[in-house]
Design a protein. Structure first.
Length: 132
């Protein structure tokens, strides 16, 4: 509830406390890892978020929604090749039940290995021939 209310530091504290404890079910731990990563991303702390979202997606109880913060964290750290692989995996697993727009959009924002111009950079948009 803290996260939804925008009390991100308080939410982070609750998630970190929970992660230090014992879970009744791996799916609960997975949920907590993912949301810890989401909160850290919202706070602009992508480097700290990455291990949490990676653990959530390495779990046998991973979810499709867990790919979004994973790809976002990798992109924020300019780890373009890994972001593209994760976005492709997300799109490949989404099937017909999920809008493919998000993973494909994120994959499209990963510049080719040769250019490595940061996402959101006006020069990058011009270089690719479109505006942002």
């Amino acid at each position: 509830r803290c996260e939804a209310a925008g009390a991100l530091e308080e939410a982070l504290g609750h998630y970190q406390k929970a992660l230090a404890g014992t879970f009744h079910g791996v799916h609960n731990q997975n949920h907590c890892e993912k949301h810890t990563g989401l909160v850290l991303l919202k706070l602009g702390r992508a480097e700290e978020a990455l291990p949490h979202v990676q653990r959530a997606q390495e779990s046998p109880h991973r979810t499709l929604t867990g790919y979004e913060p994973l790809v976002d964290a990798l992109m924020a750290l300019a780890r373009w090749d890994e972001a593209r692989v994760a976005a492709d995996a997300w799109a490949g697993l989404a099937g017909d039940d999920v809008d493919h727009g998000s993973p494909i959009l994120r994959a499209g924002r990963c510049p080719p290995a040769a250019s490595r111009v940061p996402v959101g950079c006006p020069a990058a948009a011009q270089q690719r021939g479109h505006t942002q």
